[in-house]
Design a protein around this ligand. Structure first.
Ligand code: CP
Length: 338
């Protein structure tokens, strides 16, 4: 078990969510099941439960976000926590304060959880090591991980297909720059699924696979540079955004050409993966990595992903404050049926 407990002895239950790498299938499935439980609250007339009453959650978003930031805020509010949002332009980071100093200042005000998004890989991990009290939740750090996205994707797959195991998952596009690709790949490999990275060699370098070797005991990771071959037999297609803001050089000759070769369209899906469901973490570039016909069509899980983001983040905040280990112990023996 790889729970990263805070080193504070007075707060033994605090649980950091820094990434999916190293998480066991038990931990992942416990979080997925918890999220499914919280989803019922979202259907009520009065969407409020006292689970985190008296707790304080700081959402420190030093990189732009629509879905993640809003859903963490809504999740905290539904759980009756006090939530405070801080962005880069309205924090003293814009005056030159370091992220560590900013986080230490915030921790002096005794929040229970700090949810952090940052363009630099490793910031949430650094805060978890250096801060003493608050649980740290990674809301996306640079090229590293986006664990809450992978978890909400699993919740969505379970709702759509009725299972999260026995799957072939194609991850298509700008894998090189994608924290969503990394977190999803670690999650699916932990669950024993097959993972295919599909895209041009510049965006899906074969070396990328090396990062997954430690958890890929069954050789479940494959690389495809041909879209149609890669999609053949996929149950789930995760379409990635071209992350132009993270590219320091040109990785494709032209976006139009990329779109012709690797864009997800109904035509290619009908040909190669007629039953596949399509996911996109958003924000989507319509007409580049995915056609509007697919994004808005019946096989798209795009809006269900956003909806499940709230319940998933409710589960994450709940466990960040209350811990996860007892829940994992209680699900031993039922994992095989999940
Ligand atoms: N998927 C995702 O992280 O979206 P936002 O950048 O809008 O939060």
């Amino acid at each position: 078990m790889s729970l990263e407990l805070n080193n504070s002895t007075s707060l033994p239950n605090r649980w950091h969510l820094l990434g999916i790498e190293g998480k066991s299938s038990d931990e992942i499935l416990t979080l997925v099941d918890s999220a499914a439980g919280f989803r019922e609250v979202l259907e009520r007339d009065i969407k409020k439960v006292p689970a985190l009453r008296g707790k304080t959650i700081v959402n420190l978003f030093l990189e732009s976000s629509t879905r993640t930031r809003t859903s963490f805020e809504i999740a905290g509010k539904i759980l009756s926590a006090d939530t405070i949002n801080i962005g880069s332009s309205d924090s003293s980071v814009s005056k030159g304060e370091t992220v560590l100093d900013t986080a230490a200042v915030l921790e002096s005000m005794n929040p229970d959880v700090i949810v952090v998004r940052h363009s630099a890989s490793g910031v949430p991990g650094m805060l978890a090591k250096l801060l003493k009290r608050a649980a740290i939740v990674n809301a996306g750090d640079g090229l590293h991980e986006h664990p809450s996205q992978a978890l909400l994707d699993l919740v969505t797959i379970k709702e759509s297909l009725g299972k999260v195991t026995g799957l072939t998952v194609g991850i298509v596009g700008d894998v090189r720059h994608s924290r969503v690709a990394r977190s999803n790949a670690f999650a699916h490999l932990a669950l024993g699924n097959k993972v295919r990275f599909i895209g041009p060699s510049t965006l899906v370098p074969r070396e990328f696979v090396a990062a997954f070797k430690s958890v890929d005991q069954k050789n479940s990771v494959e690389v495809f540079h041909d879209l149609e071959k890669g999609l053949a037999g996929c149950d789930i297609v995760i379409c990635l955004r071209m992350q132009l803001e993270r590219m320091e050089e040109h990785f494709v000759p032209h976006l139009e050409e990329y779109s012709r070769e690797y864009g997800i369209t109904e035509r290619v899906l009908k040909l190669s993966a007629p039953n596949a469901k399509v996911m996109h973490p958003g924000p989507a570039n319509r007409g580049i990595e995915i056609s509007s016909e697919v994004l808005d069509g019946p096989r798209s899980l795009f809006h269900l992903q956003v909806k499940n983001g709230v319940a998933t983040r409710m589960a994450i905040l709940f466990h960040a404050i209350n811990g996860l280990s007892a829940d994992i112990i209680s699900r031993k023996g039922v994992v095989a049926n999940s």
